[in-house]
Design a protein around this ligand. Sequence first.
Ligand code: UD1
Length: 347
Amino acid sequence: MKVLLTGAAGFIGRHIAEAATAAGHEVIGVDMLLQQAHGTTAKLPPGVVHGDIRDPALLDELLADVDVVCHQAATVGNGVDAQDLPGYAAHNDLGTATLLAAMARTGTKRLVLASSMVVYGEGRYTCPDDGDVPPAPRQDRDLQQGLFDPRCPHCGGRIEPHLIGEDAVFAPRTAYAASKIAQEHYAAAWCTLESGSAIALRYHNAYGPGMPADTPYSGVAAIFRSALERGEPPQVFEDGNQLRDFVHVVDLARANVAAIEAVGAHRPGLSAYNICSGHTYTIGDMARRLATVMGGPKPVVNGQYRAFDVRHIAASPRAALEGLGFEAGIGPDEGIAELATAPLRGR
Ligand code: UD1
């Protein structure tokens, strides 16, 4: 199939280009080398077109004879402050809307969209007395006292985290999360208008070779790896018991190839899948494992916290297995060991 891959120079995009080409697809890559993600010295991978997906004329040209669009181009990360809001809207919301309008002009009916677990906000919890509950927002005074787990919104009691499924309600906490939800909504609207078919892949915590090194927009795995490389202990926030699912970038690329191949024959409209390893890890365990493998100083659990962080988010991989035949092949023990020596981007 002929695939237009947006964000082809990015951490995940580069791995998708490799995996899709190896699977026999013709990949046309486009990337604007956004400075926030790429710095000022990054170079485009061979054959990737330098361009902005908000340019309708460029899209009309690139979409000729394309079967599937795999849309990865986005401003990522949690952002730094409210000054980041227009950037998320401009690149993620407007970029996706412009792309979908161009797909309607050229009759391209299949879309694979990079979404994220951030659409869920906090994960899923059960209260022994009140059953399945959305957790009450964490209070500053609790956090200051080191009480990091959210409570039941009804009785205020202890609640237990569970794996989140794709039917969970949206609860964005950052501009990035809001823009990922917007992308899914625009794609669903485009499906209705154009009889299109879209698959949204909700990535959990991506890591692996080529991930951007320590920036304000980097995920925790790169931050810890960079600290250890400087000989410093990883700074673990809260009490280190926050749950996440770390999914290796090679598995994310495989999930995209599965979606590219499924989206035509798939049900009409938008379907969303968690893309995760299916293994739950605490942030503290991740830091300890990386420090051990790198022979670095022990992590420091510092009790600091960030207002926008969710406490626990772990995913069910079941729907992706049933709907796409996708199952992660690289567990976090193996992947984190490899991360110790993997090349990062931006160094
Ligand atoms: C991350 C990404 C998000 C992406 C999502 C799913 C970033 C900044 N976040 O979200 O964009 O959509 O995965 O792929 O890229 N922490 C520490 N020490 C640090 C930094 C963080 O202990 O120095 C802790 C945080 O408090 C949090 C956990 O690590 O509990 C994960 O943080 P982070 O990787 O920043 O964000 P996610 O919310 O998991």
